[in-house]
Design a protein around this ligand. Structure first.
Ligand SMILES: Cc1cc2nc3c(=O)[nH]c(=O)nc-3n(C[C@H](O)[C@H](O)[C@H](O)COP(=O)(O)O)c2cc1C
Length: 216
């Protein structure tokens, strides 16, 4: 997905075509769309020392690459003295006990994954009263053009409407067809996307390194 001419419109056209084709083929989309390869989502904890600032790094991912970004963020926070839990958003049942939050999502079809937005919505009172940062992992609109900046803002506009984070980052992600559902793979192929890993671990560590908020 390196081609800058790949627009959200084209993505939507591709998706529409896949859905239409699937509907014509007797509704197979439900079965295809739900057939996901097994993915190991990162769950990690580090820096379990008493009296440290406790940070939750919660992420939403479909194919796993956002979890690895979350893990790298967590490792940097720990190296800087925090106690950190890195958790898939679906596995966070309780946000009490954390002093600060780093929340991230992969982008699908121009938006954060629904569970990430739901997490912010459900915990907005707590998140507004604590240092909170957002990160977004995506493949399109990664350059510094005004068009790309506007597209990135649109990705996160619904969560910004709930909460303005104290820090925010956008990271180029990874495409791995072998980890996609049949439907996502079809969409990616129609977009002429290829497997690639564009995650910049140095940029991720640099952002995480300046993140550690003051203890409230
Ligand atoms: C079906 C599909 C739709 C995508 N839609 C977008 C998009 O609208 N904008 C974008 O920048 N990246 C898009 N991406 C790229 C993903 O955000 C990127 O590959 C990310 O690293 C995936 O994270 P994950 O491995 O945690 O699921 C899309 C990828 C797929 C497979």
């Amino acid at each position: 997905m390196r081609n800058p001419t790949l627009s959200r419109r084209r993505l939507l056209v591709a998706t529409g075509s896949v859905l239409a084709a699937s509907a014509l083929m007797c509704g197979g989309v439900t079965v295809w769309g739900s057939q996901m390869p097994t993915i190991e989502y990162v769950q990690a904890s580090c820096g379990k020392e008493a009296n440290m600032q406790k940070v939750l790094v919660a992420y939403a991912s479909k194919c796993g690459s956002t979890g690895e970004v979350a893990q790298a963020i967590g490792a940097t926070l720990c190296a800087n003295g925090a106690t950190v839990d890195v958790r898939r958003i679906e596995d966070v049942s309780d946000v009490t006990g954390y002093d600060a939050f780093v929340i991230g999502s992969a982008i699908r079809m121009g938006s954060w994954l629904p569970q990430a937005k739901h997490f912010v919505e459900s915990n907005v009172t707590r998140l507004r009263s604590a240092p909170t940062a957002f990160f977004t992992v995506h493949m399109l609109n990664t350059d510094d053009s005004e068009e790309s900046k506007a597209a990135r803002s649109a990705y996160v506009a619904p969560v910004h409407a709930l909460l303005e984070p104290q820090s925010e980052a956008f990271f180029a992600g990874k495409l791995d067809m072998s980890k996609m559902s049949f439907l996502d793979r079809m969409i990616s192929r129609m977009m002429k996307a290829k497997d690639e890993d564009r995650r910049d671990w140095r940029a991720i560590a640099a952002w995480a390194g300046q993140l550690l908020p003051e203890t409230p």
